[in-house]
Design a protein around this ligand. Structure first.
Ligand SMILES: *[C@@H]1O[C@H](CO)[C@@H](O)[C@H](O)[C@H]1NC(C)=O
Ligand SMILES: *[C@@H]1O[C@H](CO)[C@@H](O)[C@H](O)[C@H]1NC(C)=O
Length: 790
């Protein structure tokens, strides 16, 4: 091929040979294509100069050894110019437009010098070439269409049309190529961005870049344009969900993962590296409750949740990429808090007085009670009750409970209540709360002071010291304080026409009763007082008790000899006939003792006698009788000393002396007037019986009258209310009544009480029978009226 082409080139070259040889100093020019084979004929110089072959050798025809001597040679014998060494135009002349090899032909005899030149024509023997086979190019996806990127040129050492004539790139919708020629004829290729790039769509392009020359045949050179689309942070992070929803129980432990949010960024590298955070829209209170891990998007429970406080949270979250500028994507997380029965019911007591008077009627409002539970639904529904048996109950009203009394209260039974109120919710498990309300029952003066007994008997020895306490009554008032402060008083009434206050007094403070005078049993045997106890309440309450004061007898009265009455009072003279036989009643000693009982039980005895064998005395009867017949030898005047003593402890006694005169004349009966005892036995006895009969009829008559008037008094008593007046009577044996008998009788008639006789244990009962007929002496003898004494 090369041979053929070179031949053809030779032909063409020969056309260009300028045949202008001059005989002297002529200029000869030949042209030949580069890259001709060694020995290729360029031209026949001798012929062109018109020299014969003989002349050549004769005239020493030769080529000047300068310059082109390396590439060309002349045949010295035939004058033919040929290629000595293959000529590379590009090597020889570079990019020069004209490439010539000058030479000189020298002839001698005569010396002639011919200058010539060999023009080397360019042959398209080089292809355009790029420095590198791939051309890297980075284009940001943000670059707008129309922007040009200058591409490096390809090189072709050929010249003229054989050098680079055009560029092209492989087809692409994104890129086109534009070329332009500079004034110097340099072709500049520019890559034009036709369409916006999207790294997210296509990250790189490979274009074939072709450079072509204008030679025939055309030669080309290619390189690969490797376009990398650079990421531009043009994509926002996008969350997987517009809204994330999560439900968690309010008692979820801290650190628990609630939800993990994920956002995606289509960008690359830092532009796609995301950081999660709460956005500015998220309220501050969320921050302490939830945390968002910036790298992972995990939302964790950080603080305490409370359904009762917040039923749900709305978190605005964002994901920010690390591009510059950064782009933010948003989403929302809705967290619903589920109620757990974590709140105990709460009992609130409102407007509690804590006090209730004991006379409050059932239904009295004590307190309003609110029971609440902060939980919701069943967990928040509460029930309430009083589990104990107390006189209180709960009444439901619209929004609360009323604590009211269910029964009447009595402070004296129960002064304070601790009312347990129990409430529970309907959650499962149920939670309960208890609350105790203290309710004090306040006192009302509903109790009168109460004496331990309705009536007291006070036994008091007569001759007591005035001013000493004799008894104490106590009344107890179960009320409180003022209502229980008891003061005592004696209800006024009269005793023997004297106000009670002169007899007794009572300490209003403590109920101690003092005797104000010394009592005399013989004067007053018993009386009754009414003691009132009264509290200090408003209004006060009071009660009364009866105190029976019973005066006990003391042996303070010595027996008194009543009969026979002697002139001197302590002695008497009695006559008796000498003829009397043994057992003759000489006289009867009658003595009385104002005391009663044993203190009044008298014993008679002869203490001293002129002749102790002559008389005996009846120990209890006091009858002095003869112990034997009177003898002539017996003294006519016998004196006896009689001792009368009572049975008291210690006993009291009186003595009485009797002069017995024994009369010789048996018919003489000496009776002293008024001296009944001194009469002979028979008439004396008769008198006695008469007296008894009369007395008894009188007493019966008296009793009938008393009974009649008693009925009347009872009727009157209802009107006059002179309670005390009818309640006692004077003893008929009373000394007082004897001296004021008429008054006494009138009193008795007017106020006929019961003939009260106080019974004392172990003491026989005595009463002195009154003889109203007796004018001379007040009464005559003592006789048992009740059951006879032994
Ligand atoms: C409240 O009282 C009820 C009944 O007396 C009892 O069952 C419950 O355990 C109590 N609750 C508390 C919290 O003490
Ligand atoms: C009762 O009260 C009086 C004063 O009124 C007092 O003198 C007396 O000591 C008191 N008695 C007692 C037992 O307290």
């Amino acid at each position: 091929m090369a041979c053929v082409s070179s031949l053809s080139l030779t032909l063409i070259a020969s056309i260009f040979i300028v045949c202008a040889p001059g005989r002297s100093s002529g200029h000869i020019s030949y042209s030949i294509a580069e890259e001709m084979e060694e020995g290729t004929l360029v031209g026949n110089i001798a012929q062109d100069l018109g020299l014969s072959v003989q002349q050549l050798s004769a005239r020493k025809f030769h080529l000047s050894p300068d310059d082109g001597g390396r590439y060309i040679t002349v045949g010295l014998d035939n004058g033919v110019l040929s290629i000595r060494e293959r000529i590379n135009r590009e090597r020889l002349c570079g990019q020069a437009e004209m490439c010539t090899i000058p030479f000189e032909i020298i002839l001698e005899n005569p010396l002639e010098v011919y200058r010539g030149e060999l023009v080397i024509f360019d042959v398209n023997d080089n292809s355009p070439a790029f420095r590198e086979s791939s051309i890297p190019l980075q284009i940001s996806e943000a670059i707008s269409p129309g922007v040009r990127f200058r591409l490096e040129s390809a090189e072709d050492p050929d010249v003229g049309i054989n050098t680079v004539a055009d560029y092209a790139i492989s087809a692409s919708e994104y890129f086109s190529l534009e070329t332009r020629r500079t004034e110097e004829g340099i072709i500049i290729a520019e890559l034009v961005l036709e369409k916006s790039l999207d790294r997210e769509l296509q990250t790189s392009f490979q274009l074939e870049f072709t450079a072509t020359d204008g030679g025939i045949p055309q030669r080309t050179g290619t390189a690969q344009i490797l376009i990398t689309v650079l990421d531009f942070n043009d994509n926002p992070p996008v969350f997987e969900h517009d809204v994330y929803r999560s439900s968690i129980k309010e008692n979820i432990p801290q650190g628990t993962l609630v939800v993990k949010v994920v956002a995606n960024d289509l960008d690359d590298g830092l532009n796609a590296k995301l950081t999660y955070s709460f956005s500015g829209l998220t309220s501050q209170r969320v921050h302490g409750v939830f945390s968002l891990v910036p790298d992972t998007g995990e939302i964790l429970v950080e603080g305490l949740l409370d359904f009762e406080e917040t039923k749900g949270y709305s978190l605005d979250i964002q994901a920010v990429d690390h591009g510059s500028p950064a782009i933010t994507g948003h989403s929302k997380v809705l967290i619903k808090i589920i109620d757990v029965n974590d709140n105990v019911p709460e009992i609130k007591v409102k407007s509690s007085t804590n006090y209730v008077p004991e006379n409050a009627p059932p239904g009295t409002l004590i307190a309003l009670i609110d029971v609440t539970d902060r939980d919701s639904d069943k967990n928040g529904q509460v029930r309430c009750e009083i589990p104990q048996d107390v006189p209180f109950m709960l009444q439901t009203s619209s929004s609360h409970y009323k604590l009211i009394t269910s029964e009447t209260l009595d402070r004296e039974t129960m002064s304070e209540y601790k009312v347990l109120i129990s409430s529970w919710d309907l959650g499962s498990p149920s939670l309960s709360t208890n609350k105790t309300i203290h309710i004090a029952v306040t006192d009302v003066n509903d109790n009168a002071p109460r004496f331990a007994e309705l009536s007291y008997n006070v036994y008091l020895l007569e001759n007591n010291t005035p001013g000493t306490s004799i008894f104490a009554v106590t009344a107890f008032d179960p009320d409180l304080e003022q209502n229980s402060y008891v003061s005592y008083s004696i209800l006024n009434n009269n005793i023997q026409n004297m106000p009670m206050s002169t007899y007794l007094s009572i300490s209003s403070m403590n109920g101690t009763i003092y005797a104000l005078r010394s009592f005399d049993y013989e004067e007053l045997k018993s009386f009754q007082i009414h003691v009132q106890a009264r509290d200090a309440g408003v209004p006060p309450r009071s009660s009364t008790a009866t105190v029976n004061v019973i005066i006990l007898d003391q042996n303070d009265n010595a027996p008194v000899i009543v009969s026979p009455s002697g002139q001197s009072g302590s002695s008497a003279v009695v006559n008796m006939p000498q003829s009397v036989s043994q057992g003759y009643l000489v006289t009867k000693i009658l003595a009385t003792d104002d005391d009663s009982g044993q203190n009044a039980r008298l014993v008679y005895q002869i203490m001293k006698a002129t002749d102790p064998s002559l008389f005996i005395i009846g120990q209890t009867s006091g009858e002095i009788k003869t112990a034997r017949n009177i003898l002539e030898s017996d003294s006519t005047t016998q004196s006896l000393l009689i001792l009368v003593k009572d049975n008291g402890q210690p006993n009291l006694s009186s003595t009485f002396s009797i002069q017995v005169t024994i009369l010789q004349n048996s018919t003489d009966t000496v009776t002293e007037s008024g001296n009944l005892v001194g009469s002979p036995e028979y008439p004396s006895d008769l008198n006695l019986y008469l007296l008894i009969i009369f007395s008894c009829t009188s007493i019966v008559f008296l009793l009938i009258i008393i009974l009649l008037i008693g009925v009347k008094c009872k009727q009157e008593r209802n009107i006059t209310q002179e309670y005390a007046s009818c309640s006692y009577s004077y003893k008929r044996g009373d000394m007082h009544s004897m001296t004021n008998r008429k008054t006494t009788m009138e009193d008795t008639l007017r106020y006929p009480g019961t003939d009260q006789v106080v019974r004392m244990p172990g003491l026989p009962q005595y009463s002195v029978c009154l003889s109203p007929e007796s004018a001379k002496s007040d009464f005559l003898f003592l006789k048992p009226c009740g059951p006879p004494t032994s």
